[in-house]
Design a protein. Structure first.
Length: 128
C-alpha cells in the first residue's frame, strides 16, 4: 500500500492518513488481517512525526478499522465480526451528519436536490 500525504493541505496529516487507510480498505487494497507498517516506519516514510501516525492509528482503532496487537502493531480488523451494533450505528449517524452538511453546502451554492442526488449517486457507483 502506497500512502502519501499533502503537507500543505488544511486537513490534518493524521486525518489524511486515516482517510487513505479507510479508502485502501474500501478498495480492497487492505484486507482483514493485513499488517500496517509500524508507527516508526510509516512516520519515516512520510517524513512526519511518529505521534502523528500514532494518532491516526488510534483513531482507526477507535473507529473499529484496526486492531492493535501490542508490539505486533496495527492489523486491519474484520469489521464484520468486530464492530458492535452500537459502533455501527455511530458510524451511520456520523455519515448521515456528514451527508447533511454536504447537502446544505450544495444547496447554499445554488444546487438542486436532483443535482445533489445525481452527484451522490455517481460517487456511490464509483465506490461500489
Amino acid at each position: 500500500m502506497l500512502l502519501d500525504v499533502d503537507l500543505a493541505s488544511q486537513e490534518p496529516i493524521y486525518r489524511q492518513i486515516r482517510t487513505k487507510i479507510v479508502s485502501a480498505i474500501a478498495c480492497g487494497e487492505l484486507s482483514p488481517g493485513d499488517q500496517l507498517p509500524s508507527v516508526r516506519t510509516l512516520a519515516g516514510d512520510l517524513g512526519v512525526n511518529m505521534h502523528t501516525v500514532n494518532k491516526a492509528y488510534a483513531v482507526l482503532r477507535d473507529e473499529g478499522y484496526v486492531v492493535m496487537r501490542g508490539r505486533s502493531g496495527a492489523v486491519i480488523a474484520d469489521t464484520a465480526r468486530t464492530v458492535s451494533s452500537s459502533k455501527a450505528q455511530e458510524h451511520q449517524d456520523r455519515i448521515a451528519a456528514e451527508l447533511t452538511r454536504l447537502a446544505r453546502e450544495f444547496k447554499a451554492l445554488g444546487g438542486t436536490k436532483q443535482e445533489f442526488i445525481e452527484l451522490a449517486s455517481s460517487q456511490v457507483n464509483s465506490v461500489f
